[in-house]
Design a protein around this ligand. Sequence first.
Ligand SMILES: Cc1ncc(COP(=O)(O)O)c(C=O)c1O
Length: 370
Amino acid sequence: MNLPPFKLERFFAKYEFSAEFLLCSSDCEAMSIADLLALETDAAQKFQQVWLGYTESQGSPTLRTEISKIYETIQPDDILVHAGAEEAIFLFMHAALKENDHLIVHTPHYQSLSAVAKAMGCFISPWRAREENGWALDLDELRHLMRSTTKAIVINTPHNPTGYLMSRSDFEAVNKFAQENNLLLFSDEVYRESEYDPATRLPAACDMGEHAVSLGVTSKTYGLAGLRIGWIATKNKKIYEGMASLKDYTTICNSAPSEYLAEVAMRNRQKLIARNLGIIKNNLEVVDELFTRHPDLFDWVRPSAGSMGFPKLLKGDIEDFCDDLVRKAGVLLLPGTMYDDSRNHFRIGLGRKNLTQAVERLEKHVTKQK
Ligand SMILES: Cc1ncc(COP(=O)(O)O)c(C=O)c1O
């Protein structure tokens, strides 16, 4: 297996701990262990008692019970906990696919959603989000992408990097298409529960039938990336067992302290959602105003959910722009080229508390260049 460098992660490795302002993070503002434990009266004391032996490979029953409450029909035994969403993506691809299988992937996308399968010798067809349609996907295109060897469709909604939220009718149509054609649907839902209007929240794909696997994580909506706790939820026992058996070769089981902390987080997830959506909504206003003041320089489709957007730079080259910005102003944006986007977009993160200062720096920098 020959995995290429993960462009986005390598880019972050270069700047994440040196740039003064991260204006392109996908996760929401994190918190300390002390602040998380303060959400429950006895949590700090219980944390001291956490046993540091091996844990149950599929995830502790109490954590899986809390996670299952996110879903309508999912039981604790339908949840398989992983070291972040990343491990779950890796294991899903290995459990579901073999060489020469064909995969249809919502594009642009977080690189591992196609790279793992590609490295296994699978064929990938990108299913492209259309900026001219507010980053929507075209269902007719999906029908045309289908081959006799197609095994699975991969979607990501709310979407990284555009913040696009699929309509309910499209989501239902994708699920129906997968079911009718006997395909697996891998639904990356790591930004779910961060819809700006809760009425637009989609059902989880795993609640729609055995064809689907939903991916979740504590990192994004809940702002707890350092826990490295992710999961899949599925009623598909074949995929579940396949992934569980592969996990014996990756992490065997999860970190016991992280599982306890994730359980506290999931029990209090409504509080975390409210906190993080508050940050995102304030930041959206700041960013909206910035783009309104500079229509000659930026164009963007406002996101409907999640902690990022994918604006377009209208003048100059996006890689040069980002490079200059981080070197001279200490503000990090992510060029769209990290997603193989060649149309001058960049990712802007909306989940961090210091966004206003970062935007001030950015604006000063671009005004100087004019
Ligand atoms: C769409 C998507 N899926 C999966 C992941 C991986 O999440 P984690 O880093 O928490 O494992 C990310 C991280 O950015 C993501 O944006």
